[in-house]
Design a protein around this ligand. Structure first.
Ligand code: UDX
Ligand code: UDX
Ligand code: ADP
Length: 480
């Protein structure tokens, strides 16, 4: 029986290993983590992450060929294939601070593997890491090898949160990079045979190590760039009277462009896009490619601009001040169907509104109050981000309340900001909401999910990203 151990029971490691266990009943999969609460949660009825379909997969395999444990060293020692899926945040201090990936967790995992291994291992990079990390890991392992053979593979994960299980069941592709030596090729084949249990052969791509590592950063950079491109267009649409949804539809029909990932929004979030682009920027700078670095940096700048623009719209529309006014925030997660708030645009929008002294009442079906408070008080590292500069002051914290439904959030509010595209926001009783709000009542739809015309019939003043402006908004121009 092949034994797989995955170090790191997070958003990537947990779902990926659960699906491998489900699809490969003959493989034993153990997911290990240093965090006791995380492992306890994985072994309970309330999993530590919300992901549609995940509960079901875990229930089918847990205790059979899928295990969660904090006994990291034991399971690493016993495994044939070790996936490393630990976190790689952006460095906050020292060399490369604000851009480079912090590989502390990776390095300590690698040193631990070298310490406890007694048999040959295939070590698989699963977390997104800078190009050439595999080489560094290889050096740590071989310099401490005690005669053991290590093969390093890069097998980046492309799943998106909220659709992780479907993405894992039907991946567009699985990418495996390895050394071009006989040992490297053998390791590639071993990992390939795991995926081949459910992924068609022509979707499993094998490359050299560096191509696999760079492809992951490149894929995320291209995806984020599409969103910044459509968001940049959304600003121009508002200025000219074009409708960004019509523009997206029209350009998406060009098969060279394609229809997906063209939804204008208040900005992209999530743990990957910004981090990976910053990483790419750093790698370009280190390799003497400042023009390339500037090109990719602009994707983040446009994303910051979009969030600032949204806040300015809100404030400008409400007579240039939101001071003391209650504003309902619907949605805090970085996208629907996840409770994840990492880099969510809601953080910057809320901070922006609090900066103008608004009172916020926030509702998200999957994010709890502790998480929101942590996010809003966190002192984010500033890179070139003026809007990340200030943590929230203690007075601001008091101006935020978290509620458990949209109607309570909107009661007596002057305006509503929709920041996550949760399906339930589409079917709210907006007449009821309107009746209980201050007038004039505003809706600022950061995800273009409500029917703006219907809301206008009720009496709302509506702002939708990249759509022809309400006459009211034309009279109250926002300068970003
Ligand atoms: C992303 C990649 O899609 C995935 O392949 C990679 O493995 C990890 O990073 P994720 O961050 O989970 O996945 O979600 P994704 O669906 O890509 O959305 C990222 C952000 O972009 C979200 O804030 C989302 O709301 C936003 N977005 C997405 C838009 O604003 N418009 C779109 O058209 C699509
Ligand atoms: C383009 C658009 O494709 C077309 O829809 C529009 O109506 C007019 O502009 P065209 O300029 O004739 O058409 O040729 P196109 O095939 O788009 O190539 C433009 C340039 O991009 C060429 O120099 C081509 O060599 C280059 N190119 C194209 C690349 O360098 N790489 C590619 O992958 C594709
Ligand atoms: P991702 O979104 O990439 O999956 P997460 O932050 O959700 O990232 O998960 C990473 C997990 O890795 C965390 O649960 C963390 O406790 C775990 N981790 C970090 N370093 C180690 C280590 N040396 N050994 C075991 N687990 C680790």
């Amino acid at each position: 029986m092949v034994k797989i151990c995955c170090i790191g029971a997070g958003y990537v490691g947990g779902p990926t290993m659960a699906v491998i266990a489900l699809k490969c009943p003959k493989v034993e999969v153990v997911v290990v983590d240093i965090s006791v609460p995380r492992i306890t949660a994985w072994n309970s009825d309330t999993l530590p992450i919300y992901e549609p379909g995940l509960d079901d997969v875990v229930k089918q395999c847990r205790g059979k060929n899928l295990f969660f444990s904090t006994d990291v060293e034991k399971h690493v020692a016993e495994a044939d294939i070790i996936f490393v899926s630990v976190n790689t945040p952006t460095k906050t201090r020292g060399l490369g601070a604000g851009k480079a990936a912090d590989l502390t967790y990776w390095e300590s995992a690698a040193r631990m593997i070298a310490d406890v291994s007694k048999s040959d291992k295939i070590v698989v990079e699963k977390s997104t890491v800078p190009v050439k990390t595999a080489e560094a890991i290889e050096k740590i392992l071989t310099h401490n090898s005690k005669g053991i053979n290590y093969q390093i593979l890069s097998n980046p994960e492309f799943l998106a949160e909220g659709t992780a299980i479907q993405d894992l069941f039907h991946p567009d592709r699985v990418l495996i990079g390895g050394r071009e030596t006989p040992g490297g090729q053998k390791a590639i084949q071993a990992l390939k045979s795991v995926y081949a249990e459910w992924v068609p052969e022509d979707r499993i791509i094998t490359t050299n190590l560096w191509s696999a590592e760079l492809s992951k950063l490149a894929a995320n950079a291209f995806l984020a760039q599409r969103i910044s491109s459509v968001n940049a267009m959304s600003a121009l649409c508002e200025a000219t009277g074009a409708d960004v949804a019509e523009v997206s539809h029209a350009i998406g029909k060009d098969s060279r462009i394609g229809p997906k990932f063209l939804n204008a929004s208040v900005g992209f979030g999530g743990s990957c896009f910004q981090k990976d682009i910053l990483n790419l920027v750093y790698i370009c700078e280190c390799n003497g490619l400042p023009e390339v670095a500037t090109y990719w940096k602009q994707v983040i700048k446009v994303n910051d601009y979009q969030k600032t623009r949204f806040v300015n719209r809100v404030v400008a529309s409400m007579f240039n001040t939101v001071s003391g006014k209650k504003i309902a925030v619907l949605g805090f997660a970085f996208k629907k169907d996840t409770g994840d708030t990492r880099e969510t645009p809601a953080i910057d929008v809320c901070k922006g509104l609090l900066g103008d002294n608004a009172r916020l009442s926030i509702y998200d079906p999957q994010v709890n109050e502790d998480q929101m408070q942590r996010d809003l008080t966190m002192n984010k590292f500033d890179w070139d981000h003026p809007i990340h500069l200030q943590p929230m002051s203690p007075t601001s914290v008091k101006q935020v309340s978290m509620v458990w439904d949209a109607y309570t959030a909107a009661k007596d509010a002057h305006g509503i900001c929709i920041l996550t595209e949760w399906d339930e926001f589409k079917t709210l009783d907006f007449q009821k909401i309107f009746d209980n709000m201050q007038k004039p009542a505003f809706v600022f739809d950061g995800r273009n999910i409500v029917d703006a015309d219907k809301l206008r019939e009720i009496g709302f003043i509506v702002y939708s990203i990249g759509k022809p402006l309400d006459p009211w908004l034309k009279d109250m121009p926002a300068v970003a």
